[in-house]
Write a protein that binds this ligand. Structure first.
Ligand code: ZN
Length: 304
């Protein structure tokens, strides 16, 4: 018995390691080539958890995505037909969920001067964009109000994010899973969150019209999309796009078929960039163009 116990112990995997990134579910083969990856991070910290990535990991992901020919898009680009994306780049959206303090943290020098923690998410992204201005202009922060967004100085940080060219999305008032509340109650999560944004951002709240569902899903067959589409805030649609976390790459053409409330996202605590690059439906890199009349590489294919 003791021997068996010792044998079992010796085969017990070491716990506390980083999540195994290259063994996420096998990507589904897809018959379309117009997939747009939307990736999501939560905490950016050295303290490992199921929802964290280290600052070094975020830096290397940005570099790997840039090297692979990606260009950062924002939710507005999906409605503009990706017009900003250069012909030789493929689109990707980077999102950060919840509004953790390690996404945007201020530190103080010994003489009391405030500066941005160089290891927080927004500082890492901004430093990379400064060195690689052709990577695009911003990322998305989905904020929930179940805690103080970014820990302290929320109003200043939210306004600074918009000044920097980043995009703010709604991640609800209380962070309740949208599969656990009936669609008739969605407004209790979406509208009070918009009121909270409005108290910090005033008129700038008009640009906050996309939602990442807490829990990463909305139910099927209960008219959830119709409820979201009908919701208004100050005379404008409260929600024009909704983001899941489902480990899939959604098709650009599907976005225009009324699926704007089910935009797929990939949790980067589970997937690595090399894994993502093996996805079968990310806009296919064609061979180099031999003439100006050849098909453009990496452009969306609008029909399935
Ligand atoms: Zn969340």
């Amino acid at each position: 018995m003791i021997m068996l116990f010792l044998v079992l112990i010796s085969f017990t995997p070491v716990i506390g390691n980083a999540p195994e990134l290259d063994h996420g579910p096998v990507p589904e083969p897809a018959d379309y080539a117009s997939g747009i990856p939307v990736i999501t991070y939560h905490q950016i910290t050295l303290h490992r958890s199921a929802y964290s990535a280290t600052p070094a990991r975020l830096r290397s992901d940005l570099q790997d995505l840039y090297d692979a020919g990606f260009f950062l898009i924002l939710p507005t680009d999906l409605e503009d037909g990706l017009g900003r994306v250069p012909f030789d780049r493929r689109p990707i959206m980077i999102t950060f969920d919840d509004g953790w303090e390690d996404n945007f943290r201020f530190l103080q020098t010994t003489d009391g001067e405030q500066y941005t923690d160089p290891d927080c998410a927004v500082a890492i992204v901004n430093a990379f964009l400064e060195e690689h201005p052709d990577f695009g202009s911003g990322v998305v922060f989905f904020i929930s109000w179940d805690k103080v967004p970014f820990g302290v100085q929320t109003e200043e940080k939210l306004n600074l994010l918009l000044d920097m060219g980043h995009f703010i999305g709604n991640h609800s008032a209380d962070h309740l899973a949208f599969t656990r509340i009936p669609p008739s109650k969605y407004w209790e999560q979406i509208i009070p969150a918009l009121n909270s944004f409005h108290r910090r951002l005033g008129l700038r709240t008009s640009g906050i019209n996309v939602v990442a569902y807490p829990g990463g899903q909305i139910p099927h067959g209960v008219n959830a999309e119709a409820v979201l589409a009908s919701m208004e805030y100050n005379g404008r649609p409260a929600v024009t796009q909704g983001y899941l976390v489902d480990g899939a790459v959604g098709s650009f053409s599907k976005f225009y078929d009324g699926n704007e409330f089910r935009i797929s996202r990939i949790d980067m605590a589970i997937y690595s960039v090399p894994r993502l690059l093996n996805w079968s439906n990310i806009m296919i890199e064609s061979n180099a163009r031999t003439s100006l009349h050849d098909d453009l590489p990496w452009r969306p294919i609008l029909s399935d």
